[in-house]
Design a binder for this molecule. Structure first.
Ligand code: FAD
Length: 432
């Protein structure tokens, strides 16, 4: 069995395929994918904050079993939105008392109007704009949701921004919570991430590292790091890896790499699959890891920054979740930047961090390093669902199970990726 990609989906599939010999192939020099952590000079960084929300009992068992309860910390979310020079508790829609009065009244009136209209369409069939206007009113849409999600965060047009990705991830306060929040009652418990887990040390990368150790504990497992899937010959059931002209036979492939990249490695796609592949769109993102030689004055775990004057759309402070993410007296932070903004200068980032109170003085900076994530967010436009429903069964028929967040070309958490790896492994084991 060949498993391609050693992110959480590939690792969980490899763990679960206990009775099969498994070769796990990973392009990077370390496992973890988006859940990998990096350490530099005692400062630890994830691929931006990776918090664990383990809503499924199987996930809790797995994660606590692998890491041990003493190595995990439960955290009560401290998150805000910075808007009009104010600090508004997250989620915005349940805490509009933080807005200036005229904006708060406009949002409240429009919310009441939206509730009176009680739009009946199912959110999954809607454009994002229709959904937020219908559910929360035009005021909240105009002040936060549309500028943040369409322009600043995703960088895609409102026509292309649909709602299928929202699922459980969009905080949906009740009418009473929105009204309470408008009148000044803080709503801290709204949303899937009001409470979350994070490793006490080592960043989120300790989770994939523990999954790898579990795979290594059994017979028939081998890992090839720094090795990329190059080409898949469907008819001949052979594949080629980087660094070798040799062809390897395969019966079943579990692939967790981005779906378009997998298809690009299969020569001679039938026209309907090539056409569906052409419809798969994603947006990349950039992020910067920031090491401070002094503590950060900010108390939040993460902060949303929708205003155009700030070059990043979200930032956070790792050391507010786990002090061990930096040497004593220091702090480690990240900022997230939409790719369409292009590379941003360190000085502009630092200046904005000082303005929002995340960094006391530019002199506190020890280093800043920049990274890019291709395909960070799948674009849920009108064409996506049909394309994915065309491609995945065709691949499965040929013996390739594409899974994980990017293999399924979807939106999901670390928990979703792990569960997906498990279910694909079960499917493969049943059919062998
Ligand atoms: C910015 C951001 C923030 C996030 N924050 C959170 C959070 O707070 N909480 C949460 O639960 N989830 C979060 N997520 C989601 C989470 O990271 C993913 O759901 C999960 O890590 C996906 O795992 P995966 O194995 O499906 O994919 P990946 O992690 O992408 O793994 C795919 C692997 O395939 C490898 N690969 C690629 N091409 C090849 C090739 N040709 N040959 C061999 N190997 C290859 C890659 O190197 C990678 O290791 C976040 C995601 C992003 C982008």
């Amino acid at each position: 069995m060949v498993v391609v990609g050693a992110g959480l989906a590939g690792l969980s599939a490899a763990m679960r395929l206990e009775r099969e010999p498994v070769v796990l192939v990973e392009r990077d020099e370390a496992v973890g994918g988006k859940a990998r952590s990096r350490n530099r000079d005692g400062y630890t960084f994830d691929v931006t904050g990776h918090w664990l929300h383990l809503r499924d009992e199987r996930l809790r068992e797995l994660v606590f079993g692998l890491l041990g309860g003493e190595n995990l910390v439960w955290l009560e979310r401290r998150s805000t939105v910075r808007l009009y020079g104010r600090t508004i508790n997250y989620p915005f829609q349940a805490n509009i008392h933080g807005l200036p009065w005229p904006a708060r009244l406009r949002c409240l009136a429009d919310f009441a109007l939206a509730r009176l209209r009680k739009r009946r369409e199912s959110p999954s069939e809607m454009r994002f704009e229709d959904f937020v206007v219908g559910r929360f009113g035009r005021g909240m849409a105009r002040h936060f949701f549309l500028p943040y999600y369409s322009k600043k965060f995703r960088g895609i047009s409102l026509d292309d921004l649909r709602t299928e990705w929202l699922k459980d991830y969009f905080p949906m306060p009740t009418t009473a919570q929105v009204l309470g929040g408008a009148l000044g009652v803080r709503q801290d418990r709204v949303g899937y991430n009001a409470r979350f887990l994070y490793p006490a040390e080592g960043g989120i990368g300790v989770l994939p590292a523990a999954m790898l150790a579990a795979c290594r504990n059994r017979d028939g497992f081998s890992l090839r790091l720094g090795t990329s899937l190059q080409e898949v010959d469907l008819a001949g059931k052979r594949l080629r890896l980087s660094g070798s002209p040799e062809w390897f036979d395969w019966r079943v492939i579990v692939s967790t790499i981005a779906l378009p990249e997998l298809l690009d490695r299969i020569p001679g796609l039938p026209p309907h699959i090539a056409e569906a592949r052409g419809a798969l769109r994603s947006s990349a993102m950039r992020y910067a890891n920031i090491a401070l030689r002094a503590p950060s004055p900010m108390v939040e775990h993460w902060v949303y920054t929708p205003e155009p004057g700030i070059p990043f759309y979200r930032m956070g402070v790792y050391t507010n979740a786990a002090a061990a993410m930096a040497p004593p007296g220091g702090a480690s932070l990240w900022v997230e930047i939409a790719d369409q903004a292009g590379p941003v200068d360190d000085s502009d980032i630092l200046d904005a961090l000082v303005r929002i109170g995340a960094v006391r003085s530019a002199a506190d900076l020890l280093f800043m390093e920049h990274h890019k994530v291709d395909h960070a967010y799948v674009v849920f436009d009108k064409a996506r669902e049909r394309a994915v429903e065309t491609i995945l069964p065709w691949l499965a028929e040929a013996g390739i199970h594409s899974c994980g967040r990017y293999g399924r070309w979807t939106y999901g958490s670390m928990g979703d990726a792990i569960l997906d790896g498990f279910s694909v492994a079960d499917l493969v084991a049943e059919s062998s």
